[in-house]
Design a protein around this ligand. Structure first.
Ligand code: AMP
Length: 284
């Protein structure tokens, strides 16, 4: 696997591939890789001649400097994992090269920034939009791969690609979970073993809400919501938001929930000061 530490080496690697008119699948990440990331690499390898992964802990998408400082960094292990799945190249630039100056450009995603992640992490999607735009311009892939775990990020990227006419296809891959249901996340590494066990109740809650909706009930009614929240509190989980939305628009849905559209139940919660998000999609 080629390790490309700056833009110049990336351009050199790309120029050979482009001369041969081969396709490139691109998987942007922030490292501390797990099976969720590797699933994106594997999906890209199936559909493209070459797969490039990037690892860049993007400072502009962190609205909390402590969260940025604590973000896990496991470069050696990451590059070994990528080699094991035969990823073709790893781009890991320095922040100084990506952001040589304080950026002036501010992307805004309108209403998408007023709900869920956008509401609780002000500026987060402006940072995501900026780094993903930069990376798309640098790499010019045919396809780019993202995880459904970050559902709102997928919506933001689809908006970016559509409205700025990036000539590439966005592929959304399903959320990969631990055998106990916990959605894989780089942040799980910061949880104690006990908390990792308790965190499984986040996914369990999503499944319970799906069952209630399938039974034509309203999970946000007091009689259902109170025990749901109590159970989470008993497991030391503090909810930041719990939303039932249209999976396409991410706009909140009212009971009775429509049958013809895909519903997303989305959650953000804290456990041992670690912020976790998860979601499930279904039709009923
Ligand atoms: P991150 O390194 O957290 O920025 O994630 C990089 C990419 O991996 C994003 O597109 C995420 O949505 C995706 N991803 C993270 N966790 C998972 C997971 N458990 N399953 C599938 N994709 C994931």
């Amino acid at each position: 696997m080629q390790i490309l530490k700056d833009i110049e080496s990336l351009q050199q690697w790309l120029s050979e591939i482009k001369k041969q008119q081969k396709t490139i699948g691109f998987v942007p990440t922030m490292g501390a890789l797990h099976e969720g990331h590797l699933a994106l690499i594997k999906a890209s390898k199936k559909q493209n001649d070459y797969t490039l992964c990037s690892i860049f802990i993007n400072p502009t998408q962190f609205n909390n400097s402590e969260d940025l400082a604590r973000y896990p960094r496991t470069e050696q292990k990451d590059s070994q994992m990528l080699q094991n799945v035969q990823c073709d190249a790893l781009f890991m630039p320095q922040a100084q090269e990506i952001y040589p100056n304080q950026n002036v450009l501010q992307l805004s995603f309108g209403y998408l920034e007023t709900l869920m992640e956008g509401k609780f992490r002000p500026g987060h999607f402006a940072g995501v939009g900026l780094i993903v735009s930069k990376l798309f311009h640098l790499v010019q892939p045919q396809r780019a791969y993202f995880g459904q775990k970050d559902l709102q990020q997928c919506a933001v990227i689809q908006c970016l690609v559509q409205e700025l006419n990036f000539p590439l296809e966005v592929i959304i891959c399903p959320t990969i979970r631990e055998p106990n249901g916990l959605a894989m996340s780089s942040r799980n590494q910061r949880l104690s073993e006990e908390a990792q066990q308790k965190a499984t109740q986040i996914y369990q809650t999503l499944l319970n809400i799906q069952i209630l909706i399938e039974q034509q009930q309203n999970p946000l009614e007091q009689q259902h919501l109170t025990p749901i929240l109590k159970h989470l509190t008993q497991n030391d989980i503090t909810i930041e938001y719990l939303e039932i939305v249209d999976a396409q628009t991410l706009l909140s849905l009212e009971y009775p929930y429509p049958k013809q559209i895909t519903i997303a139940v989305c959650i953000a919660a804290y456990l041992e000061e670690v912020r976790l998000i998860d979601n499930i999609l279904f039709k009923h």
